[in-house]
Design a protein around this ligand. Structure first.
Ligand code: DC
Length: 229
């Protein structure tokens, strides 16, 4: 069967990764969480003294880019890929509020985006890939055969992230998360390089009132439509 490229973009915490991961597993494709790559760069900044308050030391980060290596390895227990930063598994470290609140400014830096996009395009060279993010259908894979743009209300997204953190036993405040979701929406949509926007040929999905199962079924249908074309 022919292999295609699937781009799933949209706002933060709208369930993109869950649907992308599930689809990839079901159809035997590679899954790449491009947001995890920006989060890993952010963690590198935190761990290497490149953050002063809310400011990123851009000059030092530019120099450090050559020392940052990000990869993914399948976790046999969860059946999902974990993120590695310079050989260390950072999957849970990159999901903290500290990283979430610094990642948008890091993701606005042109030299960071250039490096990440180049790696993402290399990962997708053979097709058979599902990648989720903000600019996958517009910049990383503009020729992707299937593009989905996911959205849901900020309040619903904040509640989902709150439930996720709580389930992992992490401290969380709904108000703080909602503020963070809104702030990231603003930065993601208004940055100069590759702002978050729906590709003209992407299919819009508002999943505010869909269950995970309904969403999964919808996505599978879109995949089958493209593949049988
Ligand atoms: O999907 P996420 O919340 O893990 O993404 C983390 C941040 O990275 C988010 O604020 C936007 C940014 N990002 C991006 O700019 N481009 C991507 N392709 C993926 C994520």
């Amino acid at each position: 069967m022919k292999k295609i490229t699937i781009a799933i973009d949209g706002f933060s915490s709208c369930g993109k990764s869950t649907m992308a991961k599930d689809l990839a597993r079901e159809i035997g494709y590679i899954y790449i969480d491009s947001g995890a790559m920006y989060r890993a760069v952010t963690l590198y900044c935190i761990e290497n003294g490149l953050v002063d308050g809310k400011e990123i030391n851009t000059a030092k980060l530019r120099e450090a880019m050559k020392d940052i290596s990000i990869s993914f390895q399948l976790n046999a227990e969860t059946g999902r890929p974990d993120t590695y930063l310079n050989g260390a598994n950072v999957e849970s470290k990159i999901r903290t509020m500290e990283v979430s609140s610094l990642v948008s400014p890091v993701a606005t830096l042109d030299f960071v985006r250039e490096a990440m996009v180049a790696q993402q395009q290399a990962m997708g060279k053979e097709k058979g890939i599902v990648m989720d993010g903000r600019d996958i259908g517009t910049t990383v894979f503009p020729d992707a055969e299937l593009k989905i743009f996911v959205t849901a209300s900020a309040e619903i997204r904040a509640q989902r992230r709150y439930d996720e953190l709580k389930a992992k036993g992490q401290e969380a405040s709904y108000e703080e998360i909602l503020e963070n979701v809104k702030q990231r929406d603003f930065i993601d949509q208004n940055r100069e390089v590759s702002p978050l926007r729906k590709a003209d040929d992407a299919i819009l999905l508002d999943n505010s009132n869909l269950t995970i199962a309904e969403q999964k079924e919808w996505l599978m249908k879109q995949f089958e439509l493209v593949i049988s074309d």
